[in-house]
Design a protein around this ligand. Structure first.
Ligand code: NAD
Length: 479
């Protein structure tokens, strides 16, 4: 079984001799080991990234862009192998893993182009001597990289989240990637591919270990300029607290609890099909998954029947088979967490459908729950499992109020054929993303992120690149 050390400064090394097992959630068997890094390993990674920053920050956007394009091509050539590895390590289906990698390739190609076209206010003469047409100085505005970025990533979309954080590298920062200890394998492969296409040593580093130790050390480190986290809201709060000691920049992409609002004039069949796909996507382990489905009273019963019919057609099983719709959850811990939500349903909440699941593997059945309670756990807390939770509403304002009544603000969707209503409701929803008559699509050109306790960080788009830069005003005296 392969034992992975850290990839630091272009070498595979580790001071720590403690290793963690990496499991396949379908077979429940170990498939690799990773080092559980110690303080010395973290310091070595930071030193390597800092050293590499000296040259990397002076590369032109064109040079960085070429390397990004080569990395995207290398990912494309290795797509099948990467998808198989992601599926084995995370439990997602091979089809889903392939889609993740396709999208990651597109993200990298987007960054390759976008880093060549950063924008700021026009440079110009803004100061004069007081005498007409006698300039005092010329102002230039530049976007500079922050320095060393540590990126702590989750287990639900391992390679995709690592690629999103490479936005920082595209604009001249160096990076230390810290993947989840549950799903580190494709991030390691990403670093190997980056090395193979010629990224200089120390520009992209990967450090392994648990969040409670390595993640915390990165957040506190005095020589890291920015810590970017995609993860849970609890971890985001902890990282923000730890990072405050050094006032480093904090970029947070945290939890979500997306409402899916179906009005009486919506295409009911389409919405009932999409809601199943959007709730159980990635076995429900998706921060934008449809987690709270609000359906107009007049179509509620019919909608439930349609959802049940669609849920019955979902195939839960071996993620390596192309006929499988969803695979297991990522871990035993996650399986127990999801089960505990269903075992502790509120008084009005009723299970109306549960699918079958294989005996082995960290599976949870697809579960349709009706009449979820607005103040209950199922509505207010992230479940991250294949649960479809339904409730009814009577008026537009009730739907909006209930949709906004959570601490998260990532994604949401509105289903109606009335364009005026669609616009009104999307304006009233407090979420970074509102889909109309759809749920889930992301594109490289548009920002992804939220507000409230989702954190305010943005991934994807030109705005993600900007988040890893600071504005420098250079003033040239002309007198
Ligand atoms: P998590 O917060 O448990 O872990 C995320 C990362 O943080 C891991 O690398 C982990 O090792 C590290 N970590 C854990 N505790 C830490 C600590 N105390 N200090 C520093 N680092 C620590 O999250 P997860 O369970 O891996 O992922 C699921 C979460 O990620 C969900 O809440 C989901 O909504 C969120 N997520 C958000 C987005 C988004 O775009 N907003 C995308 C994907 C996932």
């Amino acid at each position: 079984m392969k034992r992975w050390k850290n990839y630091v400064g272009g070498a595979w090394e580790a001071h720590s001799t403690h290793y963690l097992e990496v499991l396949n959630p379908y077979t429940e068997k170990p498939i690799a080991e990773i080092v559980d890094s110690d303080k010395q390993d973290v310091d070595t990674a930071v030193e390597a990234a800092r050293k590499a920053f000296k040259d990397w920050k002076n590369t032109t956007p064109g040079e960085r862009s070429n390397l990004f394009l080569k990395l995207a091509d290398a990912m494309e050539h290795n797509k099948q192998r990467l998808a198989k590895l992601e599926s084995e390590n995370q439990g997602k289906t091979i089809a889903m893993a392939t889609m993740d990698i396709d999208f990651s390739i597109d993200n990298i190609r987007f960054y390759a182009g976008a880093c060549r076209a950063l924008t700021t206010q026009a440079s110009g003469i803004y100061a004069d001597t007081g005498k007409k047409h006698t300039p005092l100085g010329e102002s230039l505005l530049k976007r500079e990289p922050l320095g060393v970025v540590a990126a702590v990533t989750p287990w639900n979309y391992p390679i995709m989240m690592a690629c999103w954080k490479l936005a920082s590298v595209a604009v001249g920062n160096t990076i230390i990637l810290k993947p989840s200890s549950l799903t580190p394998l494709t991030t390691i492969e990403l670093a190997l591919l980056a090395e193979s296409v010629g990224f200089p040593k120390g520009v992209i580093n990967v450090i392994q270990g648990s969040g409670e130790t390595v993640g915390r050390m990165l957040a506190m480190h005095s020589d890291i300029d920015c810590i970017a986290l995609t993860g849970s809201t609890e971890t985001g709060k902890e990282i923000m607290r730890l990072a405050s000691q050094t006032l480093k920049k904090v970029h947070l992409e945290l939890g979500g609890k997306a409402p899916f609002i179906v009005f009486e004039d919506a295409d009911l069949k389409k919405a009932a099909k999409y809601v199943v796909d959007a709730s159980i996507v990635n076995s429900g382990q998706d921060c934008t998954a449809a987690a709270r489905v609000y359906v107009h009273d007049s179509i509620y019963q019919k909608f439930i029947q349609e959802v049940k019919k669609n849920a019955e057609n979902v195939v839960v099983g071996d993620p390596s088979k192309s006929s499988t719709t969803i695979g297991p959850l990522v871990s035993k811990k996650q399986q127990e967490k999801v089960s505990s939500f269903i075992q502790n349903l509120g008084k009005t909440e009723k299970v109306v459908f549960q699918s079958k699941v294989p005996k082995n593997g960290f599976f949870h059945p697809i579960t349709v729950v009706k009449d979820f309670e607005q103040k209950g756990n199922l509505c207010q807390r992230e479940v991250f499992g294949p649960i479809i939770a339904l409730a009814s509403f009577k008026t537009e304002s009730e739907a909006i109020e209930k949709a906004n009544d959570v601490s998260y603000g990532l994604a949401s969707s509105v289903w109606t054929n009335n364009i005026k209503k669609a616009v009104e409701v999307s304006n009233a929803l407090d979420f970074g993303e509102v889909w109309i008559n759809d749920h889930l699509p992301l594109v490289s050109e548009m920002p992804h992120g939220g507000l409230k306790q989702t954190g305010g960080g943005r991934d994807l788009s030109i705005y993600a690149l900007e988040e890893y830069t600071y504005l420098k005003h250079v003033y040239i005296g002309l007198t």
